[in-house]
Unconditional design. Structure first.
Length: 113
């Protein structure tokens, strides 16, 4: 099973993960955002629905994603483009869209100011 963690990662945290990876320590898949606000801007509720529909599905055509989330193709296309641009989704060699994970973990911490 392949899993990904989506969370907040400062530049310092990202560099530390990279150093550990260069030392050969397994880090696991991680999609990081600089702030919680940026995460919520990129992964909106409708885009979360797209990710849920694509989790474990392998490469999928945008029309199929639209069918799975019961939305029109044009609006799903816009959401897919935003997720591609943010590096959350990938494009398969045949042009279909892929979210290559079977499981998603969201890691957020809210601390007192």
């Amino acid at each position: 099973m392949s899993a990904v963690t989506i969370g907040i990662s400062s530049l310092k945290d990202s560099k530390a993960r990279m150093r550990r990876a260069f030392r050969g320590e397994a880090q696991g898949a991680f999609i990081g955002f600089a702030t919680a606000e940026l995460l919520w801007k990129v992964i909106t509720p409708k885009r979360w629905d797209v990710l849920k529909a694509m989790t474990g599905a392998g490469p999928v055509a945008i029309r199929e994603v639209a069918r799975r989330v019961d939305r029109d193709v044009k609006s799903v296309h816009g959401d897919v483009q935003a997720l591609l641009k943010a590096g959350v989704l990938d494009r398969a060699k045949d042009g279909r869209i892929v979210f290559p994970y079977d499981e998603v973990h969201v890691d957020l911490v809210l601390r007192a100011a």
